[in-house]
Design a binder for this molecule. Structure first.
Ligand SMILES: [Zn+2]
Ligand SMILES: [Zn+2]
Length: 199
């Protein structure tokens, strides 16, 4: 059974909102009135033991903002907001401004002639153990001439590892990390035998 890590989802959401707010404030301090190009992504992380967590990252790109003139303003804005900053050597010896605060990480680098302010919320563990993804097929959604997969009963995920790919920290022998039900290949349904459809 799955066990929800208490308050973790809310904690994750608060951290994401705070990172968004603070990086936008830094961008606004560096180039007032310029709307940065924003990219965001949320990744799921799964451990072999079946825990599930989420990680969030975002980047704000300010066009035509040379690092040389903008980095100091960015550092000031971070420090004013209570972040700890540090100048480092980035990839290829390029300068890099690092900022950290309460477990959040941010960095400022040059991206061509643009300035890139990025940050992340490190993985927050949401579930103490694996939750099987929802069924892919139910009676109401079956294709004509099809029935629920006899092996997985419509789940679509492997019946042994429930779609995690691992059993007791070992690769699942049933699906071999395929994670889909090997019988229906993840569709959750199969042609009704003898129905003459899909053969
Ligand atoms: Zn199946
Ligand atoms: Zn499996």
């Amino acid at each position: 059974m799955s066990k929800e890590t208490e308050g973790a989802a809310e904690r994750f959401e608060r951290a994401v909102n705070r990172l968004r707010r603070e990086l936008r404030a830094v961008a606004a301090a560096v180039t007032p009135g310029v709307e940065p190009r924003a990219e965001e992504r949320t990744d799921d992380r799964r451990t072999v033991g079946g825990s599930m967590g989420k990680r969030f990252s975002m980047a704000l790109t300010l066009p035509d903002t040379p690092y040389e003139t903008a980095a100091a303003a960015a550092a000031d804005a971070f420090v004013t907001a209570g972040w700890h900053t540090e100048l480092r050597q980035g990839f290829g010896g390029r300068p890099l401004l690092k900022a950290t605060r309460d477990g959040l990480n941010a960095s400022v680098v040059a991206a061509g002639r643009a300035l890139r302010i990025s940050g992340e919320v490190p993985v927050v563990w949401i579930h103490a153990s694996w939750i099987r993804p929802p069924r892919v097929a139910v009676l109401e959604t079956l294709k004509p001439g099809h029935q629920l997969c006899v092996m997985c009963e419509g789940w679509g995920s492997c019946r042994v590892c429930e779609g995690l790919g691992f059993v007791d920290s070992r690769m699942c022998v049933e699906c071999g990390l395929g994670m889909d039900c090997p019988d229906c290949r993840g569709t959750g349904q199969e042609p009704v035998p003898g129905a003459g459809d899909g053969r």
